[in-house]
Design a protein around this ligand. Sequence first.
Ligand code: FAD
Length: 502
Amino acid sequence: MSIKRIVIVGGGTAGWMAAAAMSRLKFGRTLDITLVESEAIGTVGVGEATIPPFVDFNDLLGIDEAEMLASIQGTFKLGIQFENWGNLGDSYIHPFGAYGYAMGGIAFHHVWHKMAQGGDKRPIQAFNLETMAAYFGKFARTQDYQREDLPPMNYAYHIDAGKYAAFLRKYAETRGVVREEGKVSDVAQNPETGFITSVTLDDGRTLEGDLFVDCSGFRGLLIEQTLGTGYEDWTHWLPCNRAVALPCLREDGSPPPPFTRATAHSAGWQWQVPLQHRNGNGHVYCSAYMEDQEALDILLGNIAGKPQADPNFLRFVTGRRKKFWNKNVVALGLAAGFMEPLESTSIHLINTGIDKFLSLLSLEGITQAQQDTFNRLTGREYARIRDFLILHYNATQRTDSDFWNYVRTMDVPDTLTEKVEIFKANGQIFREEDELFTDTSWAAVMMGQGIKMGGHNPMAESIDGPEARKEIDEMERSIRFLVQQMPGHGDYLSRYCPAEAA
Ligand code: FAD
C-alpha cells in the first residue's frame, strides 16, 4: 500500500520537528501531511537544553540561526557543568568538542596523561576550547574567526521549548503541513493487519492515514494505548522518576552563562538552563527517597530569582518502547521512551529518529525490514545513552544519603562495567556502534567523577621530543589566545540574536 497520507499525532517538540522535517517530502509530490494536537491537553512544556547535532538539524531545514534564536529566547551552550556528583563540592565540565586533538593516531587524553606523569601540571581542561570559553563566560562561532590554525567551536543551544515548537509550526505550515486542533478520542485499525487506518477527534472529524507518527507524549496514544507495544523499564538503573520544573527571572542582571548546570542533590539533581531573559530550572528526583514538597523546597532554595510560573510536577518511567516502529506507527519523542535530561539527549533522539525514519522511508509501502532496522538501530542508541547516564550516578564517592548509597552500589549493565574497567587500565575508550558520546565525553565524566586512568596507551610514549612538545604548547596557547579575544556570551547574544524582553 503506497503512502499518500501521513498523520502526526501530537504538537510538542517531537510533533513539530517531525512535521518540519517531513514537509520536505512534499516537494513535487501529492502527499498530505496533517498534524493533530490538542490545546486542552497541552505539551510537556520542558526540554530546553540541546546538544550540537541539533544545530545541524535546524541548519538542514534552512533555518536562519540568528532569526530562530531571537524568536525562541535562545542562548549558546558549550557543555554541562556538573556539581556535587563525584563528591559534595566537586565540579567539572563535560564539554562539547574534544580534549586537544589526536596525535599519532592516539586520543589526546593519553598524551596528556603521559605528560602529567612526567610532571606537567596543566589540567586537561586547558586543552579544550569549549571548557575554557565556558569558564570565562565567552563565546564566538568558528565563522567569526575563520582561522584554520585555531580550533573550531562546538556548540548547541538553550531554547524555550514552547517558542521553538511555535517557530517550527510556522515553518511547517508554510510548507503545506495542515494543523488540526482537537483531541483524538478514537483510533480505527484494519481488522486483518492491525494497521491504523484513522483517528477520530472528539468533535467527530476523522483523519485517515497510511502512516502515523506518534508524538503524543508519555501516553503513547497509538504505539502503546492502541498497539500495546510494551515498555522496557530501566528504573532499577536510573531510579529518578519525578521532576518539578519552575522557570525564574535572573534577578542579578548577570549575562546567561554559555553552559547548562546540573547540580546533584540528596536524591537527584537540579538543572539550570539559561535563556536570554530567564532561567529554566527543574529538580529531577526519586520518589522512593524524596517527597514532592521537599523536592520543591530544595528547588526554590536554589534558583536565581522570582519564579515565573507555578511549579510543574512531572512523573516518568525511564525506559523505552519495545518497538519504536510498529506496523504503520513510528513513535518519536516521549511516546518512544524517556531518559532523564541529564545529558540533554531527548530532543537529540527525536532528531536521530527522524533522520533514520526518513532514510528508511519508501512511499511505496512499509516493509518488515524497515521496521526491524529502525528498531534495532534505535534500541542500540538508547542503550548506549543509558549506560552513559548510569555512569554519572554509579561513579560517585557520595555516601551522604540512601539514594547515593543505592546508585553507588547497584549492579550496572556489563557494557558499562567493561567500559570503565578498560578506561581504568589504560585510558582506552571504545565507541561502539556509532554511539553518540565521544572519547572526550566519556573521559570528562569518568575523570570528573574520580575514576583514574591507571595508565595510557603505550603508543603515547612515542609522542615526545621538542617538536611534539612545541605542538602541544601551541595547542594550549591557541585556545588561551582565542578565548581572550572572544566577546562575553551576553554581548554576543545582544549583537547577534537579541530576543525581545519576555
Ligand atoms: P509532549 O510535549 O508531551 O507533546 C505531546 C503532544 O501530543 C501535545 O501536543 C499534546 O497536545 C498531544 N496529544 C496528546 N494526546 C493527544 C490526543 N488524545 N489528541 C490530540 N493530541 C494529543 N529534552 C532535551 O533534549 N533537553 C532537555 O533539557 C530536556 N529536559 C526535560 C526535562 C523533563 C523534566 C522532561 C520530562 C523532559 C525533558 N526533555 C528534555 C524531553 C523533552 O521535553 C521532550 O523530548 C520533548 O519535549 C518532546 O516531547 P513530545 O513532543 O514527545 O511530547
